[in-house]
Design a protein around this ligand. Structure first.
Ligand SMILES: [Zn+2]
Length: 267
C-alpha cells in the first residue's frame, strides 16, 4: 500500500516534470532571451546617456577653454597667489608711492585711472594700506603674540590668537605690492578701522562694480571665505589685470577658483 502511494507520487512527479519539459521549455528560453534583451536595452540605456554626457562635458570644456582670457598663465606676475598656504616668493623690485603708501610700480597707473573715474562719480578714494614688508609684518605679528602672552596664554595659544588678528608674515598679499586697502574720504573721516559695512557704502558699491575695469578685484568677496580663508573685505583690492578681473567678476570667482580654472584649461 505504502509502496503503491510512493509509486503514484513518483509517477506524478515524473509526469509533472515531463509536462513542464515538453510544454514550457520555450518559456524558459523566452525568459532568458527576454532577459538578455532587457540587459541589452539596459546597457544601451546606460551607455547612451553616458556617451551623451561625455559629449556634453566635452563641449562644455571646449566652451570654457575659449571662454578664458587669451594668453593667461598662472605664472603671470599679476596672478601670483599668496594666501595661508602660499607664501610670497619674491619681494617687489620697483615700488612707487601713492598717497602715504607704496605699491608695485606696475599697478600705479591702473589705480590712478580708477581713482579718476571714481572722482568723476563724486567718490574720493583713499588708500589706507599698500605694500608691507615681511619684516614689518613680523613686527606686527610679534606685537600681537606678545599681547596675548601678556594675557597669560602659552606660546602656542598666543600664536593662534595672533593668527586671528594678523596674517602670517610672508602670507599677506600686502607683501607683494599688488594689494591695497582702499576706502573713500567719507569712510576715512568717520572710522578709525575697517569693517564689512564699507561694502554697503556708495564707495564700496562703486569699487565692487567698477574696480575690475581697471584690473582690480575685491580679493576676499562675501561668501568665499571658505576658499580664501579670509572673511569678506570689501576694501582689499588686488591687481590681477583687466581681463582676469573682468572674467572673475562676470563668473563670481575668487582668485583661488580662477587660478584653478586657468591651470586646468588655459593653453
Ligand atoms: Zn588688505
Amino acid at each position: 500500500m505504502v509502496k503503491k502511494v510512493i509509486g503514484v507520487v513518483s509517477l506524478l512527479i515524473v509526469g509533472i516534470g515531463v509536462f513542464l519539459a515538453l510544454f514550457h521549455p520555450s518559456e524558459g528560453y523566452q525568459f532568458s532571451a527576454a532577459n538578455e534583451k532587457q540587459q541589452k536595452t539596459e546597457k544601451a540605456a546606460v551607455s547612451q546617456p553616458l556617451a551623451s554626457k561625455t559629449a556634453k562635458s566635452d563641449t562644455k570644456k571646449q566652451q570654457a577653454k575659449s571662454d578664458l582670457p587669451k594668453g593667461i598663465s598662472t605664472k603671470d606676475w599679476d596672478l601670483v597667489l599668496v594666501n595661508q598656504d602660499h607664501a610670497v616668493t619674491a619681494a617687489p623690485t620697483d615700488l612707487v608711492q601713492i598717497g602715504n603708501y607704496e605699491v608695485d610700480s606696475r599697478i600705479a597707473a591702473p589705480y590712478n585711472e580708477m581713482a579718476q573715474a571714481a572722482a568723476a562719480a563724486q567718490i574720493n578714494l583713499v588708500i589706507v594700506s599698500g605694500y608691507r614688508s615681511i619684516s614689518y609684518q613680523e613686527t606686527l605679528f610679534q606685537e600681537s603674540v606678545n599681547a596675548a602672552l601678556a594675557k597669560g596664554m602659552t606660546q602656542a595659544q598666543a600664536e593662534k590668537e595672533a593668527l586671528h588678528l594678523r596674517t602670517k608674515p610672508g602670507h599677506s598679499e600686502h607683501n607683494t605690492g599688488l594689494a591695497m586697502d582702499v576706502v573713500d574720504d567719507q569712510w576715512a573721516a568717520a572710522h578709525t578701522d575697517l569693517d564689512a559695512s564699507f561694502g554697503q557704502t556708495k564707495a564700496g558699491q562703486w569699487l565692487k562694480e567698477n574696480a575690475p575695469k581697471y584690473g582690480f578685484v575685491i580679493r576676499y568677496p562675501d561668501g568665499k571665505n571658505k576658499i580664501t580663508k579670509v572673511d569678506y573685505e570689501p576694501w582689499h583690492l588686488r591687481y590681477v589685470g583687466k581681463e582676469s578681473a573682468l572674467y572673475m567678476q562676470q563668473h563670481s570667482l575668487c582668485l583661488e577658483e580662477y587660478l584653478d580654472k586657468v591651470s586646468k584649461e588655459a593653453k
